[in-house]
Design a protein around this ligand. Sequence first.
Ligand code: C5P
Length: 401
Amino acid sequence: MLKGKVIVIGVCGGIAAYKSADLVSRLKKLNAEVHVIMTRSACEFVNPLTFQSLSQNYVISDMFQEPRSWEIEHISLAQKADLFVIAPATANIIGKVANGIADDMLSTTIMATKSPVVFAPAMNCNMYENVIVQQNIERLKALNYIFVEPQIGRLACGDIGKGKLAEADDIVEMIVQTVGYQKDLKNMKLLVTAGPTREPIDPVRFITNYSSGKMGYAIARAAKYRGADVILVTGPTALKPIEGIQMVKVNTALEMYDAVMQHYESTSVIIKAAAVSDYRPLQVSQNKIKKEHSDLEIKVTKNPDILADLGKKVKNQVLIGFSMETQHLEEYAREKLIRKNLDLIVANDLSEPGAGFAVDTNIVKMIDRNGNVENISIMTKDQLAHIILDKALAIYHQKLC
Ligand code: C5P
């Protein structure tokens, strides 16, 4: 994901400095070339040897130390970097950069770079809320510096408030989003649906299915990374909301229908990964149904097929559906592709280990309008999301021609 990318991590002097060791290790696992610059006070909290061992690169801290090559260190790193991450970013470094001060190795190198700079602040909550710090942050944001917000929690000083360094996951996500992918979906709007629907029986019970929403969320996240404007219409899931996209939360198939119909017209690609309930109880009991009888019949009625209705309405949009089967996978998928007027159908066989609901992987067949079948062997849903988006983009360009 970050193969060949040069990431420079600036570590400042705060108690959270030790957490950056984990960040370096995660970035190395994603195949980035990592260089660490430490401020003098950071070296009081963590020995540079820790970062040197993890990054497998010499750690720079002193501007006047003997250079190891003829290159001017801060200029060469500033030019080489694809991205700078300042974690933890203290009030001091934020203040310096916001006000043009370059008086040590880290601030000088940030000043000399043209690459994106991400700040992950960590400090006492009163410091963070200080108007001067907030004004400096606003100033930097206006200049396109990127921020990963600190969390609210118990701080090292014992205070409870906003100032804890963001989770490594969130910092990595920002890095990946900024430099990990080509922005080939820039200026495109995508509508993605995900998760199951819930069809109420009474105030405490509902009909649903095992969908986790992982596939749809993976597509929405991948599209966001590639620069798309994403609307995610999601049924109830246990997944973390995706920052930076429009999330529309729904419960029932009818609510999903309304949300999709409200938004689809402004989009150019629609990917329906949701496992919509085909039926809903005909009548929803106002009160909890009591267990009075040994048998109970619940009459159900068919939900509208959102995808089939979209198939009748779309003009130039790319329309992609999913098909989950336990038998006759290809035959059923082809039939749906035609009946629902789709450009592509992604079919997976629920009986195959590693495919379908809840798991992090999938095994699919992608069938297009011309009858071409692509067999995609087992891979993570994140990887598959990119393959589906590649295909969507290719179809989109074909339609434009
Ligand atoms: O017909 P089937 O439910 O197998 O088709 C699956 C595809 O149709 C998925 O893309 C799903 O999101 C969509 N679908 C829908 N509305 C329904 C049922 C399925 O949009 N009521």
